[in-house]
Ligand binder design. Structure first.
Ligand SMILES: *[C@@H]1O[C@H](CO)[C@@H](O)[C@H](O)[C@H]1NC(C)=O
Ligand SMILES: *[C@@H]1O[C@H](CO)[C@@H](O)[C@H](O)[C@H]1NC(C)=O
Ligand SMILES: *[C@@H]1O[C@H](CO)[C@@H](O)[C@H](O)[C@H]1NC(C)=O
Ligand SMILES: *[C@@H]1O[C@H](CO)[C@@H](O)[C@H](O)[C@H]1NC(C)=O
Ligand SMILES: *[C@@H]1O[C@H](CO)[C@@H](O)[C@H](O)[C@H]1NC(C)=O
Ligand SMILES: *[C@@H]1O[C@H](CO)[C@@H](O)[C@H](O)[C@H]1NC(C)=O
Ligand SMILES: *[C@@H]1O[C@H](CO)[C@@H](O)[C@H](O)[C@H]1NC(C)=O
Length: 374
């Protein structure tokens, strides 16, 4: 997708951007890859994609009630992490760059968001919805890296990339796709083979970015996805409880991910990482919602039917009044309030929520005023 028009537009935007020093932020830039937890509108620019959220009631609590493509009533985890690091919100989607938008053309290069809702670690995940797989997101970063190098010079570009934070959220959609295949009677690998294929893919992406100079990786693990409203609303789940088998896939994947990063860090000198335990966070909220100021952690805020989760959220859906009382916005996604909470725990949480360090500790040794033109 990185055609010449796109590259020259990006070149122009970056050329303008680096003339102006960025304001104080924890890192010079952030690059976000993965799925709908972080997507800020990528799929709006993917021809034929049906994994989109650029229509109401998405965005109902966003400034001007604008549906931006975020799968949320307002801002999402990408935005809140960016805010915690001193930016206004997430950088814009890579695919939006030919027409620079607020936040990108405002005088400072803040990074790029590649995340695509519905995508997974595996190429085939999300194909039926038409999304940008993680392997392609990594290639898109490669294109950005080439431009940074051309604009800033090799040394400054390497410095920028090494000091920037790479945020990942991926894995959930592969697991959903696995169970969808099972439900449809299609062949699937064994659970162990399947999770190994996810981990192997993750390793290749991290290694490729490391080889391009990335050093700081903030990784968000898979949440308690067996408890999301869409799973509670399934016909095979008359009790509406959490689907235990789906959660077991999530926790197995997450523990393999911890091992992977531990293994990788001895092979890749200088790598620093934090794994945010989204599973523990979501499970704790569901167990003791009152501790986190939520009153509804089972049903979706926007939807229809059982658990308000039998359809996607759209203009005719039933919409809850107090969005900040709800953990889930729609069938699968967190509300803005929940995204805010998750970002706070990723960034400042103790080792129950982020290991071996939190995102703040990951970025703090490079904090404040690293200007792009120095
Ligand atoms: C999407 O389709 C339009 C019109 O057909 C085309 O101009 C554009 O290049 C396509 N975008 C991508 C990313 O393929
Ligand atoms: C995913 O697709 C990319 C690009 O087509 C390819 O290079 C890569 O080998 C694929 N990965 C897997 C695990 O099939
Ligand atoms: C981690 O390394 C050990 C020892 O080399 C190996 O047996 C294991 O498969 C690796 N696991 C992952 C997830 O990388
Ligand atoms: C819950 O709300 C109270 C009162 O607004 C606030 O002090 C507290 O920090 C909130 N707790 C969480 C976990 O956000
Ligand atoms: C929304 O919150 C307000 C204040 O917390 C409360 O008075 C009201 O009953 C809530 N409405 C619903 C539908 O839960
Ligand atoms: C982290 O903080 C929570 C409360 O927010 C506490 O329950 C937990 O024990 C703490 N974990 C560690 C490892 O200190
Ligand atoms: C930024 O962090 C890297 C890796 O921890 C370190 O090598 C580098 O010296 C730091 N740069 C500054 C300007 O603090």
């Amino acid at each position: 997708m990185a055609n010449n028009h796109l590259l020259s537009s990006l070149f122009l935007v970056l050329s303008l951007a680096i003339l102006v020093p960025s304001k104080a932020s924890a890192v010079p830039a952030i690059f976000l890859l993965g799925d709908s937890m972080l997507d800020v509108g990528t799929n709006n620019f993917v021809n034929g994609s049906i994994a989109r959220a650029d229509f109401p009631r998405n965005g109902v609590d966003f400034p001007n009630s604008e549906p931006t493509g975020r799968f949320s009533n307002g801002y999402n985890v990408a935005d809140f992490l960016a805010k915690l690091m001193g930016f206004n919100r997430s950088p814009e989607p890579y695919l939006s760059l030919p027409t620079p938008r607020p936040g990108f053309g405002d005088g400072s290069f803040q990074g790029v968001n590649f995340a695509s809702g519905g995508s997974g670690l595996l190429n085939e995940t999300g194909q039926i919805y038409v999304v940008v797989p993680m392997s392609e997101q990594v290639q898109q970063f490669r294109a950005v890296d080439n431009i940074l190098t051309a604009v800033m010079g090799q040394e400054s570009a390497r410095k920028l990339v090494s000091q920037s934070l790479f945020v990942f959220s991926s894995g959930s959609n592969d697991i959903f796709a696995y169970f969808m295949r099972l439900a449809n009677g299609l062949p699937v690998p064994t659970p162990a083979e399947f999770i190994t294929s996810q981990i192997t893919a993750y390793e290749s992406y991290i290694t490729e970015l490391y080889n391009l100079g990335a050093r700081k990786f903030g990784i968000i693990s898979v949440g308690a996805i067996g408890c999301c409203p869409a799973q509670r609303a399934l016909a095979i789940n008359p009790d509406g409880g959490c689907l235990a088998i789906v959660n077991i896939f999530a926790t197995t994947f997450n523990s393999e991910l911890v091992t992977l990063l531990h293994n990788i860090s001895s092979k890749l000198p200088g790598i620093k990482y934090s794994i945010g335990d989204m599973y523990t966070m979501t499970a704790h909220v569901i167990e003791t919602p009152q501790d986190y100021n939520f009153t509804e952690v089972e049903s979706a805020c926007c939807g229809i039917g059982r658990y308000n989760a039998e359809e996607v959220c759209y203009i005719r859906s039933r919409l809850c009044q107090n969005r900040s009382d709800y953990l889930f916005w729609d069938q699968f996604h967190l509300t803005e309030a929940a995204a805010h909470l998750a970002a706070d725990y990723l960034y400042h949480g103790n080792t129950t929520y982020a290991t071996p360090v939190n995102f703040f500790q990951l970025v703090e040794d490079n904090h404040s005023t690293i200007l792009l033109n120095t």
